[in-house]
Write a protein that binds this ligand. Structure first.
Ligand SMILES: [Zn+2]
Ligand SMILES: [Zn+2]
Length: 111
């Protein structure tokens, strides 16, 4: 259950968070570093990372093409490897979260 206003963390491996400031603040795609605006960005959920020896909050975001590529790949890989998701329904929380995030990334941008 996700509380209103709370971003679920998408269970996907992200590139090393020791990135440019724009990527740490979520102004740039975590994968390809393109600048993303609020309407187009895909939020990957807040997470805590250790950068330069201290724990920081990270709000990773990405552009839609990257998000869709990485999330659908992760979702397919997970469903093959996960004991729950590969054998029965419903999928585990991780499987559902990955699939849901891939679907969000696939949705056309609202203008
Ligand atoms: Zn990108
Ligand atoms: Zn699973």
């Amino acid at each position: 259950m996700v509380m209103p206003g709370e971003l679920p963390s998408v269970p996907i491996e992200l590139p090393d968070p020791c990135l440019a400031t724009a990527q740490v603040c979520g102004r740039a795609c975590v994968w390809c570093a393109v600048t993303v605006n609020n309407g187009e960005a895909v939020d990957l959920g807040e997470r805590e990372v250790t950068a330069h020896g201290s724990v920081t909050r990270w709000f990773p975001r990405s552009c839609r093409p990257c998000a869709y590529t990485h999330l659908s790949e992760a979702s397919q890989r997970h469903r093959k490897e996960c004991k729950v998701c590969s054998t029965r329904l419903p999928w585990c929380r991780t499987g559902q979260a990955l699939f849901g995030a891939a679907m969000r990334a696939a949705r056309p941008v609202q203008r």
